[in-house]
Each structure stands twice: as C-alpha cells, then as structure tokens.
Design a protein around this ligand. Structure first.
Ligand code: AMP
Ligand code: GLY
Length: 423
C-alpha cells in the first residue's frame, strides 16, 4: 500500500524507518519530511496544515493511508476533512477526528473529560478575563507552587509553574487580560501542583479496543538536572524502570480503560495514538495531559521496541481489527539522545554542516531538523538529530548513544549529558 506521513521531525523519520521495513509497503511519502526521510521515502514540500495540497498528493499518488505526526493538523480537523470529501473518504487516516483532538487542543476540554470519566488528575478550576478576580481568590486558597495552563495550543510554552502568590496573580492577569499566549490563553486552567516523577504511556486505539505500547520518559528541559527552559525534548528512555507490572496495572485500570471507554461513551471517534502524560504521586498515577499523537523524541525509543509490522498495525487500526493483533515488544531498553542547535530553545542559526554520521555504529540515527544543501546534510531546526541505542538497561543503552553522539559534530552542537539522572 502507498502511505503518506505528515510531519518533518524525528518522530516522522522514525515512522518512515519503521514503515519502510514492511513487506506491505509499496511507496512511502513524507510531507514535508527532512534529510533523513528523503533517503528512504519521497519528500513532498507541502505544509502539514495545507489540506488542499495534501488532497492533491493523495489523489495523484494513490495514497491509501495517511499517518499524521503532529497535533496541529488533527486539532484543525484533517481527519474530518478526509471523511467529508467524496474522493478521499476511502483513505485511512491515523489520528483522531477534530472532536477528540480537543483532548490536546483544549486543556479545559481534557479536564472535563477526565472528571466526567473519573480519571485521576489534579484538582482544577478554569477562568476567563471576566472571572480573573475569582481566579485571584482561587490562587489564594491553593498552596504553592501554582500551576497555570493556557487552555489552547501554545507550542509547549503554555504551562507556567510559580512559587510566589503575587507572581502567580501577575501571570494569570498577563495570560487572561493581556493575552500573553494570544487566543490560547483566553481561558486559563489553574490546577493543584502534583509532586512526583513523570512518565508517559502510549496507547494505540481503533476506537473499540486498544494496545498499551511501551512507556517512555523524556527530558524536556534544556539544562542538566532538569533546569532551564523547556524544549521539545532532549532525549528519552523506554521502558521507564519504575513502571513495574503493578503500577502499569493501575495505569491500565484507572486511566487507559476509562479513557478509551470515555471516548466511546462521548461518541468521539478515535483511530490513532494517545499519549498520556502522567505523574506518579506516591504510588498512584495521575494524568497531567493528553496528547493526540505520538511524542517526539519518545517515538524514537518506543517504535524501535515494537517488533510488529507497522503497516499491519496501522491497517488494523483503520479497519477496527486491532483486537486481532498480538503486540510483540523488544525486552531491551532503548534510549535516544537529541543533539540540538546552539542557542536552542532560544534563537539559533541553521544551515550548519553535520559531520561524522558515517562513523556511527550500532545505533539508529533519526533526523529531526535537517535538510540537504549542495549535497550535504545541514541543520535545519532546533532539534537536529537523535541517536537511539539498545541495551540491557538504560545505562548501557545510554553509554552506546553517547559514544556515537560524540562522533557527530556541527557548529554549536549541544546535547544533555545527564539523561536518566533521576532514575
Ligand atoms: P503539560 O504541557 O500539561 O504537559 O505541562 C508541562 C509540564 O508542566 C509537565 O510536563 C509537568 O512537568 C508540569 N506540570 C503540568 N501540570 C502539572 C501539575 N499539576 N503539577 C506539577 N507539574 C505539572
Ligand atoms: N516530547 C513531548 C512531546 O512530544 O510533546
């Protein structure tokens, strides 16, 4: 079958790598893709939100399945666009319809869903510019730190955690009244601070049944010891060592089952990946967020551990036959280390030649922000390249990733050297 992947990051290169191993694949396209995907698929230079151009490509190339990487097109309704178009409705789309994509598109919508279906999460209230004074009073009732979340998509920057009450009030006003995050912060969710260690659980569902995929932990901050600004993710480890059988059983009973059931009860069609961000508070899991897609760089450690044929798996989702599939997971640990451009997550330069790739051995190289210029692979984004390795435990896998990262070089290259420090 012919498949189109939407997106251009490490996640999409990993999907392209995994899909291209399948005997069921005929032709693979990635829009817009990167230098890595151009070696194993055909890149198409169109944006992920340009639905009309996507339609043209799908019809011209006889594409039968579209794997949506990032959240933006899902929240904008790319799946619905396909279903509503006579010439496209036979094409399978992996990713939820717009309604369910609201689980990532609106924090308030996600909180209401969790409360309605008794899914453990932090206590919260939401406010708008009309109720900002109620927001101040709510903050006064809470204990610090204060967690303020812009309701809408804010490119991963919409969550602010503050220790000081006055600062929290100032921030609330900036978000609601001064529209710090534009329309995304016209509603703000204030919630109870959860103290614990984070992990992510990935679920694949066809809307009826589901499979729990490997767990992962990502490292979001730029600085060692989890300090400094948030990034898209500096590396990841799968599985998460503290997610033992007992804890996973709790997650499945208290969170995964009611989530998939809740989608059914609420009539929110969902064929795709659910990324559940959790915090382990003492011994219990609580949801901090839903994402309606796979994570990046979590995909770079989760997909390599799945032994199944990825085309078969996605087809089973499309045809609602996921129940027939037996998931096979590699028992080893996978780790990925993300190399980033100097200055990231602030301003950074692009177009730096990447050297040393040919020296990498016994690791997988997933391109994130790369392009080809004058026949050379150059940097083209903040996150540049992820190096994934396997090991018997996360320490040996990481040692392998770091050994290979050290062979790579580009002007300004940076990466975190302390992944797994908290495990
Ligand atoms: P989110 O965008 O919802 O994933 O939030 C970004 C980050 O903020 C999370 O990865 C957590 O580290 C942190 N966070 C979000 N909500 C809470 C909470 N209620 N308590 C503690 N930390 C939180
Ligand atoms: N690594 C976090 C994310 O994909 O949202």
């Amino acid at each position: 079958m012919n498949i189109l992947i939407l997106g251009s990051g490490g996640r999409e290169h990993t999907f392209a790598w995994k899909l291209s191993q399948s005997k069921n694949l005929t032709k693979l396209f990635v829009a817009p893709g990167n230098a890595g995907t151009s070696k194993i698929a055909t890149n198409i230079p169109i944006g992920v939100n340009d639905f009309e151009s996507i339609k043209d490509v799908v019809l011209k190339e006889g594409i039968e399945l579209v794997m949506v990487g990032p959240e933006d097109p899902l929240v904008k309704g790319v799946h619905d666009f396909f279903l509503q178009d006579e010439s496209l409705k036979h094409v399978a789309v992996i990713g939820p319809e717009k309604l369910a994509a609201g689980l990532e598109g609106s924090k308030e919508f996600a909180k209401e869903f969790m409360i309605r279906h008794h899914i453990p999460t932090a206590q919260y209230k939401s406010f708008t510019s009309e109720t900002v004074d109620d927001g101040f009073r709510f903050l006064e009732e809470l204990n610090p730190p204060y967690v303020l979340k812009a309701d809408g998509l804010a490119a991963g920057k919409g969550v602010v955690i503050l220790k000081d009450l006055d600062e929290a009030k100032t921030e609330l006003k900036a978000m609601l009244v001064d529209k710090k995050f534009g329309m995304a912060s016209s509603t703000v969710v204030i919630e109870e601070f959860l103290d614990g260690i984070e992990l992510s659980v990935f679920v694949l569902t066809d809307g009826e049944s589901y499979k729990v995929l490997p767990t992962a932990k990502d490292y979001k901050r730029i600085g060692e010891g989890d300090t400094g600004l948030n990034t898209g993710g500096m590396g990841a480890i799968s599985p998460v060592p503290f997610a033992n059988k007992e804890f996973m059983a709790k997650i499945e009973q208290q969170i995964v089952k009611p989530t998939v059931e809740g989608l059914k009860i609420d009539k929110m069609p969902y064929k795709g990946f659910i990324f559940i961000g959790l915090i382990k508070v003492v011994d219990d899991p609580k949801v901090i967020e839903y994402n309606v897609r796979m994570g990046d760089p979590e995909t770079e450690v989760v997909l390599p551990r799945i032994k199944n044929d990825m085309v078969e798996l996605l087809q089973a989702v499309a045809n609602q036959r996921l129940n027939d599939i037996h998931l096979e997971i590699d028992e080893r640990t996978a780790t990925t280390v993300m190399t980033v451009s100097g200055g990231y997550p602030g301003a950074y330069e692009k177009g730096k030649e990447i050297k040393g790739m040919e020296a990498i051995q016994d690791s997988l190289v997933f391109h994130a922000g790369t392009a080809i210029k004058d026949g050379k692979v150059v940097t083209d984004g903040g996150r540049v390249m992820a190096i994934t390795s396997f090991g018997t435990d996360f320490k040996s896998a990481l040692a392998q990733s770091y050994e290979n990262v050290e062979k790579l070089s580009f002007e300004g290259m940076n990466y975190r050297k302390d992944l797994g420090f908290d495990l």
